[in-house]
Design a protein. Structure first.
Length: 391
């Protein structure tokens, strides 16, 4: 038999699947995979239910339902001052992962180079490599996840086609500062490169930080594709509603890719998200405030258990350094041990690097978008486990 895709056939089981299965096997609280443990806003789900009964339920326009594209354009203007043409500069996808695949396949050619900032979400690299492009990595520096500007400059070359920027960032919780974005923008202009910006956590930003889309910086409007996600904004991760915003010329090849990947996305769900994006500022503020409180709650619990907690300014995630516990194994060893013995599951941060041997080996990522009682129980279990190790 002929070999299958070199890239995808060679991939192992994702760390998220592995740790979730281990958590289920041992009855552990799963703070590894990033999804809320409730069903999302009642009012948005009610709008979707009515739309299913009322229709339409047949193929919607390939670019997405006009109502949702208009709502995305309006949200860009409302939150960031971006003037977007909903007809030619917004496209709806079946989740942000599809949006990423469409953008990368639509822009990259074999031999191009794409820059990833590590730690990076695990879907980025295989998509880039599957189209024959080369990944060039730049590693952030913990514990504050600072961007090494000299390394970034060295990563750019005349072969650089694009940089994939994730802000707010999974797994670090980093929100890129304006000065960092300006450095990226200057290098893009110098090397005539594009940016694909994964901004799915755009509304999950905490006090003291502000999300600044790269697209809003001078010279970036025509070079940037910006990806959003209803799953993160409305705690409806299973709905798989994403959207891409970008200049018409750049979006055109991405739309042609989308046409042959999913073509369309369920219209009733699109209509419900359009309604959701039109909610007043109180909804978005309460979402961020609620998650910030959960971040603080879990941070205290982890610290009480003896871990050193790293700063996080957004997303669902917080990382912690376990060396203070006297644990001398790798981050993978640590996450497996707490899953089996403490009955709490987390994700090793080294899993977000192409070469785990070059990654930090002392950090675990925990997810805090859970019910308060769940976070409290996880913290209590970790504290008991840590105390038992020191006995």
């Amino acid at each position: 038999m002929r070999a299958a895709s070199r890239v995808f056939a060679g991939l192992g089981t994702t760390i998220f699947t592995t740790m979730s299965a281990l958590a289920a096997e041992h009855g552990a609280i799963n703070l590894g995979q990033g999804f809320p443990d409730d069903e999302g806003p009642d009012d948005i789900r009610a709008v979707a239910a009515r739309a299913i009964m009322d229709g339409p339920n047949q193929y919607p326009p390939m670019m997405g339902m006009p109502a949702l594209r208009q709502a995305v354009a309006a949200a860009n203007r409302r939150f960031y001052g971006l003037d977007i043409d909903w007809q030619s500069e917004v496209m709806v996808t079946s989740g942000a992962t599809e949006a990423l695949a469409d953008c990368l396949m639509g822009l990259l050619n074999p031999g191009d180079e794409a820059i990833l900032i590590e730690p990076a979400y695990d879907s980025y690299r295989p998509i880039i490599e599957a189209v024959g492009a080369k990944v060039v990595t730049v590693a952030l520096e913990p514990p504050h996840w600072s961007l090494p500007l000299q390394a970034l400059e060295a990563a750019f070359s005349d072969r650089t086609k694009l940089i994939l920027l994730n802000t707010p960032m999974n797994p670090t919780g980093k929100v890129f500062a304006r000065a960092e974005l300006e450095a990226i923008a200057a290098l893009m202009i110098r090397h005539d490169a594009y940016a694909v910006c994964d901004e799915v956590y755009e509304h999950l930003v905490f006090s003291g930080a502000a999300h600044i889309p790269l697209m809003t910086l001078p010279g970036m409007r025509e070079r940037t594709l910006r990806i959003g996600s209803a799953g993160k904004t409305f705690s409806l991760t299973g709905w798989r509603i994403g959207y891409v915003t970008g200049p018409a010329a750049l979006l055109a090849p991405v739309a042609k890719t989308h046409q042959f990947v999913t073509f369309t996305t369920p219209p009733p769900l699109q209509l419900a998200i359009a309604w959701g994006l039109e909610q007043d500022d109180a909804y978005f503020a309460s979402l961020a405030a609620s998650l910030e409180a959960k971040r603080d709650r879990l941070a205290k619990g982890l610290a009480d258990a003896g871990l050193d907690v790293l700063p996080t300014d957004g997303t669902y995630f917080i990382s912690a350094d376990f060396r203070a516990l006297g644990f001398n194994g790798s981050d993978d060893d640590f996450c497996r041990e707490i899953t089996v013995k403490a009955k709490v599951s987390a994700i090793p941060v080294s899993a977000f690097y192409a070469d785990p041997a070059k990654a930090p080996q002392h950090l675990a990522r925990f997810c805090f978008c859970k019910q308060d009682a769940v976070l409290d129980e996880a913290s209590a279990r970790l504290k008991v486990w840590a105390k038992g190790r020191g006995a």
